[in-house]
Design a protein around this ligand. Structure first.
Ligand code: SAM
Length: 255
């Protein structure tokens, strides 16, 4: 899959090309990355990419023209089949969106804002979708773009050594439960006995119950969605009632 990123800070992207699973996938050529600095598409001596906002107010706004020219250069180079801009006011990035982008593959151009944001006319004309990575404001779109690329790349076939993606949070409509590794006892805290039992059915049942517990505690709306979509079994509902009775989750999660 091809990624083109329009950014004032190309060096930041070493974080994903030089580390971890994304680095391995990069070296396997499962994905490529080209960065495009809007400053290279300016005509003045200062290589200006921002200006004051019309209507007044604090901060600066990224000008449309250098960004548009950067996207045109991406297209001339054969990329940018889809263009996404990152902004806190965009559509929330979800597991479903990540999977759709990975399945589509092809080429994706990402536009990273800085300052107060990007001139709306560029967003209206040159961008298909505006995406947010969460309800908070960062200083720039680079970390958001890297979050998106990382999440998409790990869904590309061959990116993960093991088939662990199938069990991760959101795949089943629930969050992932807790994990434990050696030693069996750490600072007087033991690993749950069932995980040492070797009984695979019991372990699966425990993991499902723990996924329900974590989801009901941290994201009760996901339990309601799973119930509405008929993805909770009678046993799940019994476990949720028991967990609510024990005070481990809020009563609203119990049917
Ligand atoms: C300081 S922010 C601009 C915030 C903007 N004035 C607002 O209130 O929505 C600068 C840039 O960071 C990026 N950014 C910040 N938070 C983000 C988020 N949660 N998701 C995606 N991009 C974000 C965007 O590219 C944005 O243009």
């Amino acid at each position: 899959m091809r990624f083109d990123v329009v950014t004032l800070f190309p060096a930041m992207f070493a974080a994903i090309t030089e580390h971890g699973i994304t680095r391995r996938a990069y070296e396997l050529e499962l994905w490529t990355l080209t960065t495009w600095n809007p400053r290279n598409f300016t005509t003045d001596a200062h290589r200006t990419v921002d200006d004051r906002p019309y209507g007044g107010g604090p901060g600066m706004v990224m000008m449309a023209e250098p960004l548009a020219q950067a996207i045109e250069a991406v297209r001339q180079d054969g990329g940018g089949a889809q263009v996404i801009a990152l902004a806190p006011g965009g559509r929330p990035l979800t597991d479903a969106m990540v999977r759709r982008l990975a399945e589509q593959g092809g080429s994706l151009a990402l536009v990273c804002g800085r300052y107060e944001g990007i001139d709306q006319r560029f967003l209206d004309i040159c961008v298909e979708e505006v995406v947010s990575v969460g309800d908070f404001v960062m200083s720039g779109g680079e970390l958001a773009a890297m979050a998106l690329i990382d999440a998409v790349v790990r869904q590309l076939p061959g990116a993960l050594k093991e088939a662990s993606a199938a069990e991760e949070s959101f795949v089943t409509g629930l969050l992932d439960g807790p994990h434990y590794t050696r030693p069996e006892e750490w600072r007087s805290q033991a690993v749950p006995q069932v995980l040492l039992s070797g009984h695979h059915r019991d372990i699966e049942a425990w993991r499902r119950r723990e996924a329900l517990r974590v989801t009901a505690r941290n994201r009760p709306e996901m339990i309601r969605a799973a119930r509405a979509e008929g993805r909770l079994t009678a046993r799940d509902e019994r476990d949720l009632r028991e967990l609510a009775h024990m005070g481990a989750v809020g009563t609203q999660s119990a049917a």
